[in-house]
Design a protein. Structure first.
Length: 318
């Protein structure tokens, strides 16, 4: 049983077609054969680059193509439904038991809500699936009717999955139109998926990194935020220093509100900022990474502070 034969199987394709139609009615982005082919080929490339056997590459491509067949039954627990369907279908095709179990496990564990990577097959499948972010996955509809999933995918103007030559890093590099989708929206949808990619990369003996518009996204802070959300926290207040922007500690974070109290000639020296101009440049980055900024109107540097800001500026007086 080969990947090419699976792609031509009428029953499998019928499940995929019905599943995509179901998700279309629910307002989901494209989960058609095009998505499944993309996932299968990308998963195969990942294992190929990491030196796995032709047999393992073939298995991950088959799992990748079949991974969403469970949507024909129900979106909820579609991974588990898909795993059971896949086992039944592949058994009828006389696929060996060990191979069926490997594929079934990969499909059953590919969804971030119920599963996780168990072996290299499931790890490669997860990375290929979760990194398929592109504008063409948005179904044809009026822009005014876009939900957050549509906006996030439509905002992606370029998406590239790159594996370093020494295989030390798998990197997803995105170009995102932040006029369409804020980074806040992006992480609301994709944080869980990106964390699953990170775990999958560890199974493959490598690391996963995400860059958005050339900015590296740091996961440790995002992990803390995710745990806070799970614990019921709805709001967070945090200090965001000029050093945090200089050292890229908050790359990828977008805030609802930012408060700029003042700036003076402190924090300038060998271990901080080289000059006042550098200090001001990094301190005012907050005004480009929040929706609304509250700025001290009495600060003598007010005009320089708000110059180039993209946030809505509200002022206060001390």
């Amino acid at each position: 049983m080969t990947f090419k034969e699976i792609c031509k199987n009428e029953e499998i394709n019928a499940y995929l077609k019905k599943g995509d139609e179901n998700l279309g009615q629910l307002g989901y982005t494209d989960h058609s054969q095009a998505h499944c082919v993309q996932v299968a080929r990308q998963a195969g490339k990942i294992l190929e680059r990491f030196g796995y056997s032709d047999h393992e590459i073939e298995l991950v491509k088959i799992a990748g193509y079949m991974h969403d067949i469970g949507n024909a039954i129900n979106r909820t627990h579609h991974a588990e439904y898909g795993a059971l369907l896949a086992n039944s279908l592949l058994k009828e095709m006389d696929m060996p038991l060990d191979d069926r179990i490997t594929i079934m496990s990969a499909i059953g564990n590919h969804d971030e809500s119920t599963g996780g990577p168990e072996d290299v097959i499931s790890a490669a499948l997860i990375i290929a699936d979760k990194t398929d972010v592109r504008r063409s996955r948005v179904r044809e509809k009026e822009r005014a009717a876009f939900d957050i999933h549509d906006r996030v995918n439509y905002a992606v103007t370029e998406s590239k999955l790159k594996i370093e030559k020494d295989r030390s890093v798998i990197a997803l590099n995105l170009q995102v139109d932040e006029k369409i989708c804020s980074m806040y929206d992006y992480f609301e949808i994709f944080l869980g998926r990106m964390m699953l990619c990170r775990k999958s990369a560890e199974i493959l003996g490598t690391t996963f990194k995400l860059t958005v518009n050339g900015r590296k996204v740091l996961y440790i802070l995002q992990e803390y935020f995710a745990k806070m959300v799970e614990a019921g926290c709805r709001y967070i207040v945090m200090e965001v220093s000029s050093q945090s922007y200089l050292m890229h500690r908050v790359d990828g974070l977008f805030f609802d509100y930012g408060i700029f109290l003042n700036i003076s000639n402190d924090h300038i020296g060998p271990n901080e900022h080289a000059s006042f101009e550098e200090y001001l440049y990094y301190k005012k980055q907050l005004l480009k990474n929040c929706r609304t900024a509250l700025v001290n109107r009495d600060d003598p540097h007010f005009d320089a502070i708000v110059e180039g800001a993209t946030a809505e500026i509200l002022t206060f007086s001390l």
